[in-house]
Write a new protein. Structure first.
Length: 177
């Protein structure tokens, strides 16, 4: 019978090594965490719409994303207009400020805000279905990249600014907005 003695110090190192390795063992996988729909974590603050008798108008406010992930607004709808777009305002080659549809939509940062304001990002209403007069309200439905939605109502206000031009060649160029 062969009995080999392991020195006490070495057996302690061996025991600690085994203990450390068990701490590295994979834990049981957490239950699948379902992501929260963007429509459940987005709200709007200080929403308003520019008054207009006909043609075009725009909606503004601050979109707030209280979620833990970035979300993207990809579309908007409203009974106030038959055609809506998500717009940005940028400087063209000649230094003129122009409006154009933003590719990919509005990205709202996780835990952050996305400002819609005159002369910058905004929701563009084209081909109004009826006059938008100060004191009226307009309801909008935002659609996100995960197909969830968020509805909000905004008061109509008189505003004489936000008179940018469209990108050259745009089908709406020259329309009063």
């Amino acid at each position: 019978m062969n009995t080999t003695k392991i020195p006490a110090g070495l057996s302690a190192v061996f025991a600690l090594s085994l203990l450390a390795l068990t701490g590295c063992a994979p834990q049981s996988a957490p239950a699948d965490v379902e992501s929260v729909p963007a429509g459940d974590v987005v709200t709007i603050e200080d929403a308003w719409v520019k008054a207009a008798d006909e043609g075009m108008s725009a909606s503004f406010g601050t979109l707030v994303n209280s979620g833990e992930d970035d979300v993207t607004v990809v579309a908007v709808a409203s009974d106030a207009s038959s055609m809506l777009e998500l717009h940005e305002t940028v400087e063209n080659e000649s230094g003129e400020m122009i409006m154009r549809e933003i590719e990919g939509g509005f990205v709202l940062p996780a835990g952050g805000e996305f400002v819609l304001e005159p002369g910058a990002n905004h929701i563009m209403l084209m081909d109004l279905t009826a006059p938008l007069r100060a004191g009226d309200e307009a309801t909008f439905t935002l659609t996100f990249s995960d197909d969830s939605t968020y509805e909000f109502t905004a008061p109509v206000k008189d505003y004489s600014g936000a008179n940018e031009n469209y990108e050259e060649g745009d089908e709406h160029e020259g329309m009063d907005h």
